[in-house]
Design a protein around this ligand. Structure first.
Ligand code: HEM
Length: 483
């Protein structure tokens, strides 16, 4: 901002910013005091709607560097050669809390990454967990209602959370993960990120691969116990946000090693798990992770509202060589995010500096709307045109996938080893006895708050089906707490 006198929004100098204008000394305030009215009115409009989920977050810019040749799998230009660098913006978040909530809570962390590529922005909107609670987008609003504030009490209610999870057994894997040792990261720097869904990669020859992304923290995994988190949430509600900003300020740039699991398209139908089921991982022995890059965060945003609050990420932002899979959750998300952005930030949200392409330009015939800045000047606004306007490429971003059958509210197909409990049980059995003990204590502490025995019992029964010992220990721990 240039030096000079304080002004109104219209640029006129302000004479007095301490005393409003009154009719006489000690008299009422005058409507003609434009700088007072404008200041109060602008203040009333400082907030935009917070994100309906993931409201609480922090972001930073960085660099993605390719470290392995993946051109046999994808033709995406930003992945085209080893050593190639792409600017990124990453927003971390918690899920359930409102904008002012504390960071140190048991909740998944969002890991929303924007690659500013020369073929447009590619967004990977993931979490710090490789799986999710549900597998169909139609359940998402109900699920989130149980995580958020109850319509009567205005608080998160254990009854609602466990009622939904108990009645949605597919959540057992993710809930086991969430109440385990990694459920409360010590900071955004000390956790992994995952694309979670399966996505499509396609190469120059048109071959299709299914891919899962993993971002392994180079800082090492560090987590908090429930007791540590309870204390930190009270002492420093901004702990994650502060940790990230301060690390970057002292040039201790956090980084992640980027890996992918690759499944040739022909494997998908016969794989032991439905590869498009978001409640399942692909065990590493089936598809070993391959290192492909390094992500470093090295620049803080200058203005949190402009660059973090107004940032938008969409799973539908693909680039040539990358596309969606038939995962029903992902398909729902392809709609939900753009719709949320148009409501929350506005129809020209993509024009803001943090959101617009940085390594290419957007050339569309969309125009006008609230806060349109006239960037297209007098250019024609239709296609096709004879005035040198932008033209279609006739090259789809992703490859076609075969479909079969009839329309209907179909359950996603189960593969040979699919059920809601198998991977939750495997995760439990991987844990040391101490880890199992902490997991059971964390779960029991929360289930014990449920007011109805049938809801508590149904919740425990899901863990019993994952592993008999898990269920027995949990039942005993809940009983001990409920008396
Ligand atoms: C069908 C299920 C889902 C729906 C309908 C949904 C919807 C939404 C909506 C509406 C937002 C707010 C967007 C905004 O206002 O900018 C959001 C944010 C977010 N969601 Fe989802 N979500 C779903 C599942 C998931 C899953 C499975 C993940 C991770 C694997 C995820 C990760 C995120 C993240 C990281 C954000 C915050 C993005 C940011 O930092 O701006 N969501 N989601």
């Amino acid at each position: 901002m240039t030096q000079g006198p304080l002004t109104t929004e219209a640029g006129a100098p302000v004479a007095d910013n301490q005393n409003s204008e009154t009719a006489g000394v000690g008299g009422p305030v005058l409507v003609q005091d434009q700088s007072l009215l404008e200041k109060l009115a602008h203040f009333n409009r400082e907030r935009i709607p917070e994100r309906v989920v993931h409201a609480r977050g922090a972001g930073a810019y960085g660099t993605f560097t390719v470290t392995a040749d993946v051109t046999q799998y994808t033709r995406a230009a930003f992945l085209s050669e080893v050593g190639k660098e792409t600017e990124t913006f990453l927003r971390f978040s918690t899920v359930a809390g409102n904008l002012g909530a504390a960071d140190a809570v048991r909740d998944p962390r969002g890991f929303a990454l924007k690659f500013y590529t020369e073929e447009g922005n590619y967004d990977l909107v993931g979490n710090n967990t490789p799986v999710f609670f549900i597998k169909d987008a139609i359940k998402f609003p109900d699920f989130i209602h149980t995580q958020k504030r109850d319509p009567y009490s205005g608080s998160q209610e254990a009854d609602n959370v466990w009622d939904f999870w108990g009645l949605s057994p597919e959540s057992t894997h993710q809930v086991t993960w969430l109440f385990g040792d990694r459920g409360i990261p010590a900071s955004y720097r000390h956790m992994n990120g995952y694309g979670s869904h399966t996505y499509q990669w396609n190469n120059a020859a048109g071959e299709v691969f299914w891919v899962k992304y993993h971002f392994k923290t180079d800082q090492g995994i560090k987590s908090l116990t429930q007791a540590e988190a309870n204390q930190l949430a009270g002492e420093d509600p901004d702990s994650h946000q502060r940790d990230l900003r301060e690390a970057i300020e002292r040039r201790d740039f956090p980084s992640w090693t980027v890996q992918v699991q690759i499944m040739p398209a022909a494997d998908a139908a016969g794989y032991r798990f439905n590869p498009f089921d978001l409640t399942k991982v692909w065990p590493h022995e089936d598809y070993p992770p391959i290192e492909i890059g390094r992500l470093e965060l090295n620049r803080n945003p200058e203005n949190i509202f402009a660059e973090v609050e107004q940032s938008i990420f969409s799973p539908a932002h693909f680039v040539p060589g990358i596309g969606p899979s038939p995962d029903k959750m992902l398909q729902g998300r392809l709609f939900a995010y753009g719709d949320a952005h148009r409501y929350r930030v506005g129809i020209n949200a993509d024009h803001l500096p943090v959101n617009r392409p940085h390594a290419t330009e957007a050339r569309t015939n969309s125009r006008d709307g609230f806060l349109y800045d006239g960037r297209h000047k007098g250019a024609k606004n239709y296609e096709p045109n004879s005035f040198g306007g932008p033209f279609q490429t006739d090259k789809p971003l992703w490859a076609a996938t075969p479909v079969s059958g009839v329309t209907g509210d179909h359950v996603a197909p189960g593969h040979t080893e699919d059920n809601d409990f198998v991977q939750a049980g495997n995760l439990y059995r991987l844990m040391s006895d101490d880890e199992k003990g902490r997991l059971v204590d964390n779960l029991a502490g929360f289930i014990a708050k449920v007011s109805r025995d049938d809801i508590a019992e149904r919740a425990i029964n899901n863990f019993r089906q994952a592993d008999g010992d898990f269920g027995k220990r949990l039942e005993a721990a809940v009983q001990a707490l409920r008396g």
